[in-house]
Design a binder for this molecule. Structure first.
Ligand SMILES: [Zn+2]
Length: 127
């Protein structure tokens, strides 16, 4: 069966719309595919098939992964280690614009959230 898109970049692009928010004078690419809940908001989710299995984390045997994480790897042509996080410089969880994404650690991510007032204590319910 032929793949619907010529490559992964095309597939990611086909699942985004131009956002109203921007970072560094480039617009956010808002994910319009499936979503998954996260601690700091909802993130895009993408199915990883045979042609993209190399991007998945082998120890977890993931069939789906975060869209922004995949976008970061595909557009920057890098593979991330299992523990490496992809941070949003634009603070828009649904954004998958590779220019708005940065490789970092979980503690950096939390620090960034705290600094920008996005951090909510885990056992406190959002209003
Ligand atoms: Zn963005």
């Amino acid at each position: 069966m032929p793949f619907k898109y010529p490559d992964m970049k095309a597939r990611i692009m086909a699942n985004t719309v131009r956002g109203v928010t921007s970072y560094n004078r480039s617009r956010c690419w808002m994910w319009k595919g499936s979503l998954v809940g996260g601690q700091y908001g909802r993130y895009g989710k993408i199915m990883v098939r045979a042609e993209t299995k190399r991007y998945a984390e082998p120890h977890r045997r993931l069939k789906t992964m975060y869209a922004h994480r995949l976008s970061f790897m595909v557009f920057n042509n890098v593979l991330l280690e299992a523990g490496a996080k992809v941070l949003h410089l634009c603070n828009v969880p649904l954004c998958v614009n590779p220019k708005h994404l940065k490789n970092g650690t979980q503690s950096e991510n939390v620090q960034q959230c705290v600094r920008e007032g996005r951090h909510v204590a885990p056992n406190r319910k959002a209003a």
